[in-house]
Design a protein around this ligand. Structure first.
Ligand SMILES: [Zn+2]
Ligand SMILES: [Zn+2]
Length: 184
């Protein structure tokens, strides 16, 4: 079984959480559950100099929930602005072959780019980012195909251009990685 837990941290609309689970069932054949309550945003992760939150802290938190609650993967979803040292911001983060990932709504919101709020567009962007980050946890690296979900996004324009699907090469890698769980 490939069991994914979606862990809301801070204020995340229910529509987003449910939409993520739908997509994960479709793309990964996963069993997806949403944690019944939203965790408070961890103040330890805050960087006062950057006025942003350390993404790695959220990934570690997600990993500890995966071990504690026996999920194959845990994806934290948050509304705060995330960074990793060396980058201005990140849409999400995961460790290669890790148990946890994080995705932030913050820089995916159309409002940040002066556009009107659009929940459907936000959901589409979040879904692509979540699928991408779980791909990393299955051992996939970035892909050069601009339509492949494993393409790195520097800007939402790139997120909008790629699809939520894997190119055929990445899909084969995913299927190989999933075999291990689906036979359990
Ligand atoms: Zn990536
Ligand atoms: Zn690819």
């Amino acid at each position: 079984m490939f069991k994914i837990l979606i862990l809301p941290i801070g204020s995340v609309p229910n529509k987003i959480l449910r939409g993520i689970c739908e997509a994960l069932k479709e793309v990964y054949g996963a069993i997806c559950e949403i944690y019944p309550e939203s965790l408070p945003v961890p103040s330890e992760a805050y960087s006062p100099e950057r006025k942003q939150y350390h993404a790695s802290f959220f990934v570690s938190l997600a990993e500890s929930y995966a071990r504690m609650l026996h999920f194959t993967r845990v994806v934290a979803i948050t509304d705060v602005n995330l960074f990793v040292p060396g980058l201005n911001f990140v849409f999400g983060q995961a460790s290669l072959h890790g148990l946890g990932a994080v995705v932030s709504l913050f820089m995916l919101r159309p409002e940040v780019y002066g556009e009107p709020p659009d929940m459907d567009l936000l959901l589409e962007r979040v879904v692509k980012t979540v699928i991408h980050e779980i791909g990393h946890t299955l051992g996939l690296n970035h892909c050069d195909n601009p339509r492949c979900v494993m393409r790195f996004s520097n800007h939402v324009g790139e997120t909008d251009f790629k699809t939520k699907n894997f190119c055929s090469t990445c899909r084969k890698k995913v299927d190989r990685a999933l075999k291990k769980y689906l036979n359990e």
